[in-house]
Design a protein around this ligand. Structure first.
Ligand code: BGC
Length: 878
């Protein structure tokens, strides 16, 4: 027996996170035991468990999905925990030691908010020298900064994360990070410092952009949406054998211009190595031009909060190849569309100005970047003649190809790497089938998740957007929760949503954080109006509920509950103010079935965006879905009064939709692929009508030559609706299509991520349009929810979330040959798959320790076969 995946609040050994009540969880592997007899969680003040603070004893109810550690936590303290599990066969194991460490909790910051005394928009180095007496036993830095900062101690960067403090609505809340700098602080003279770039808070970011300019340092617009000043705030606590030293940000710090002479998330960075201050963060620095700092009183900062964001790290390192282009450009190809940086060592003559441009695809075999809209997406580097490691600081790129100019060859450039950077998430799921193209499509969906999970769930990582678009997030969320353990990532996003809702009476904006000017002197009207769009705003209700289903983590739901309810209530009030019909009248603009192919401009107009499905229908469908999510959450959390209110409301909404949209004969008046698919998938259609609606959907598909026309809202439901309603074959037909429009079409066209549009690239290889066309949007990757749930058959159970119970119900099809999902769920490792052996289907299932699964299969004569499986691996041939 082996205990693994020890997590606190679904994070491995969280350092300095906002934990509230820590909840510890684990999985058990490599055991012949089936069920847990008891588990014992012990929490101690020390690694050898001599001072026990919490002990469940041999508990029959302690669940591996989460044991809340109900103790009073002290600030800046590490707690150690372990668990002993005893199985029903007497086997037992004690885990390794895991830990969680608190940040400052309620302890006020002694550090002050400081800003450099430098000309406006001059990115600074900030530093302070200090003495340490005695032997260093431990050191922690609690810091934050604006826009994006990197902390250094004695010339070394603290930690391996980038782009801190992450992206939030800084005027509402700003996260501080905790760094273990024990190994960096020395006895004697020390320097702590930070280099600060623009990031999300400063420089250009947000809607309606105008590109900046490296030559003139014109920042572009909108810029400085949160702050005009760079800002740093923090404390360094050092424990030595002689006591504690605390170094805080205050007027004793110094500042100087950093070599970052231009920068924004969209436009990229310019780094002039000639301006580097040698050893700027070390005691050996001899520079004498340091300027003072001042106390920052201007920036509107919200509450200073211990981090919720997972750190952003370089998660994969890719090595590029040189591409020969007809124009003889110096182009590199990573072979994969990623989000992050290109890094290299440069050994170039002083004054050489390198210009790197980033693009997602080639056109006519040459470098191409015209779909970035106003985003320059460049990196400029001016050499000081010394060999140097080169990487950006406060920006990131969405790219596969990089074009170098300013040099004649790659001589002098070495060790080139592509760093795929995203929030430090564990990949938990994998799908393998007998079809290589499907496998590539799966990988594309995982890559689009990686590339768009950089602190916020972004729409795309490359053009002038990169924001937490709600519609994209909710469409992909169930798939995302299979692919990765997203609980902590989404907990932070729920907070982003909630903070905006508090400004807008519960209404959810289109993007969170809402990236419009929020400075005191320039409050954008979108902060209180705007948003509230169906299928977008509903992310507030859908994301926490889906994440709870996947993880069984009650805290996920408790934390999301306020935001869920605020949103459902907002729609209800809107309905009340518009006739109390229990429909959500779509009388205002809605994105609706965005990018569907059946809209007024129809088909393949490369710039068309609106789908053809009735907007009031879609609004009402989401009104129902969000209200149901709140009802379900209320039930799960034992909020009986709320459950009564929201379930009654949901019934009323569903009845109203039925009255309005379903004919007595059983047709749906929202008679599109999306309308029919959502009718079935959301449980809106009355049961007598389901068969007819399935037939209507099939007829529409037939009329479209068995091709889809669905957009952002219809696509996640399309194959699910078919497979769940007796039309499994049709779902596979759509999924296995290889021509336009289909999922595999983009694989055939060489895609390495999921495209924004079905027709992002035309069959002749030409990009279809540049108004709004990214190669890296995960929404259509949502079809993998169907692959996990229907093709491979792994389904969570609402009454027992987190997969302690699962329904395994694969629906195979010979054309795919074989398929298997392998998922490290919260409850442990599941495998659910099948392969054809002649006409027989061989199913293989693995159920984790202490879990149970109901298998539902269809035999060769159409009969239903049901079995209950306990932990272990099982094969069934039908
Ligand atoms: C984004 C989206 C988003 C949409 C809203 C686009 O510009 O890239 O994916 O959901 O706008 O309509």
């Amino acid at each position: 027996m082996k205990i693994q995946r020890m997590k606190t609040n679904r994070i491995v050994n969280p350092l300095g996170f906002d934990l509230k009540t820590p909840v510890v969880s684990w999985t058990v592997e490599e055991t012949a035991a089936k069920k847990q007899l008891w588990a014992r969680v012990e929490v101690a003040a020390d690694a050898d468990f001599s001072t026990i603070l919490f002990d469940t004893g041999e508990s029959r109810t302690a669940s591996s999905l989460g044991v809340p550690v109900e103790i009073a936590l002290s600030p800046r303290t590490r707690y150690f925990w372990r668990v002993t599990v005893c199985g029903d066969n007497g086997e037992r194991a004690t885990s390794d030691t895991a830990w969680f460490e608190t940040a400052k909790l309620d302890e006020p910051f002694a550090g002050q908010r400081i800003s450099p005394c430098l000309p406006a928009d001059t990115a600074p180095y900030m530093r302070r020298a200090f003495q340490v007496e005695g032997k260093v036993l431990s050191a922690r830095a609690y810091f934050t900064g604006l826009g994006v900062y990197e902390l250094y101690v004695n010339g070394e960067k603290a930690g391996d994360e980038y782009l801190a403090p992450g992206c939030t609505a800084y005027d509402r809340w700003i996260q501080y990070q905790t760094y273990d700098v024990t190994d960096l602080v020395k006895s004697g003279e020390n320097v702590v410092g930070a280099v600060i770039g623009n990031g999300w808070a400063k420089g250009r970011f947000g809607f309606d952009g105008k590109a900046g300019c490296y030559e003139t340092n014109e920042p572009g617009s909108p810029h400085n949406i949160f702050t005009d000043e760079y800002l740093l705030l923090g404390e360094l606590h050092i424990t030595t054998d002689r006591g504690e030293t605390v170094v805080v940000t205050d007027e004793r710090w110094q500042s100087a211009p950093a070599p970052l002479t231009f920068g924004s998330i969209y436009d990229g960075e310019r780094y002039d190595a000639r301006l580097e201050i040698e050893n700027w963060a070390s005691p050996t620095c001899t520079f004498d031009g340091w300027q003072p700092v001042k106390i920052n009183t201007e920036t509107r900062l919200g509450s200073l909060t211990a981090r919720l964001s997972l750190p952003v790290k370089a998660k994969h390192i890719l090595t590029p190849k040189v591409v020969q282009t007809p124009k003889n450009e110096l182009v590199l190809d990573l072979g994969q569309n990623i989000t992050g940086w290109l890094t290299f060592t440069a050994d170039l003559p002083a004054g050489t100005e390198l210009r790197l441009q980033f693009g997602e695809l080639l056109q006519d075999d040459c470098f191409y970047r015209d779909n970035m809209r106003s985003a320059l997406c460049e990196y400029r580097y001016i050499s000081d003649g010394r060999k140097a490691f080169v990487r950006p600081i406060a920006t990131f790129y969405g790219f596969r190809f990089v074009k170098f100019s300013g040099i004649d060859s790659f001589d002098g450039i070495a060790d080139i790497e592509g760093w795929a950077m995203y929030s430090d998430l564990e990949q938990t799921g994998e799908i393998v089938t007998a079809n290589e193209k499907v496998n590539r499509l799966y990988l594309n969906s995982v890559w689009s998740q990686r590339d768009n999970f950089l602190d916020v769930p972004t729409d795309c990582p490359q053009r002038d957007e990169r924001m937490g678009w709600t519609g994209d997030a909710q469409a992909f969320c169930p798939t995302a929760n299979y692919n990765m353990d997203c609980a902590a990532f989404y907990a932070k996003y729920s907070r982003d949503l909630l903070e905006e809702q508090k400004l807008a009476d519960g209404k959810v904006p289109d993007v969170a954080p809402l990236m419009v000017s929020r400075r005191a002197d320039e409050q954008h009207p979108m902060l209180s109006s705007g948003g509230g769009h169906c299928g977008w705003a509903d992310a507030a209700a859908i994301v926490p509920w889906e994440t709870y289903l996947a993880t069984g983590n009650r805290a996920t739901l408790e934390n999301g509950y306020e935001s869920m309810k605020l949103w459902a209530d907002w729609i209800y009030r809107y309905d009340e103010a518009h006739g109390a019909t229990r429909l959500w009248p779509g009388i205002e603009f809605h994105f609706a079935d965005w990018l569907a192919l059946d809209g007024p401009e129809s088909g393949f107009n490369p710039e068309s965006v609106m789908g053809g499905t009735d907007v009031t229908f879609l609004c009402s469908a989401y009104y129902y879905k969000s209200t149901m999510c709140v009802a379900n959450a209320a039930r799960a959390l034992g909020k009986t009064a709320d459950y009564a209110v929201y379930s009654r409301r949901a019934d009323e909404i569903r009845d109203a939709i039925r009255r309005e949209y379903y004919t007595p004969g059983g047709l749906c008046a929202a008679a599109t692929q999306t309308g029919n698919a959502i009718s079935l998938d959301f449980g809106l259609a009355p049961s007598f009508a389901r068969e007819k609606i399935t037939a209507s959907l099939r007829a529409l598909l037939k009329a479209a030559n068995m091709h889809l026309k669905t957009g952002f809202l219809g696509t996640p439901s399309l194959c699910r609706a078919l497979s769940d309603n007796g039309a499994n074959k049709d779902a596979y037909t759509l999924f296995l299509n290889e021509d336009l429009p289909s999922w595999l079409y983009e694989v055939n066209m060489g895609a390495t991520t999921i495209w924004e549009r079905w027709n992002s690239v035309n069959p002749d290889g030409k990009i279809s349009g540049i108004g709004m066309n990214s190669m890296n949007h995960y929404a259509y990757g949502a079809v993998f929810e169907w692959v996990y749930k229907n093709v491979c058959g792994l389904n969570p159970v609402a009454e027992c979330p987190g997969y302690k119970r699962a329904v395994l119900r694969p629906q195979p099809d010979k054309r795919l040959g074989a398929a298997k999902a392998m998922v490290n769920t919260a409850a442990g490792y599941y495998e659910s798959g099948w392969k054809y052996d002649g006409d027989a289907v061989v199913y293989t299932f693995t159920v984790p320790f202490d879990a149970e699964a109901e298998v539902i299969l269809t035999g060769r004569d159409g009969e239903t076969v049901r079995k209950t499986l306990c932990a272990g691996t099982h094969t069934i041939t039908l």
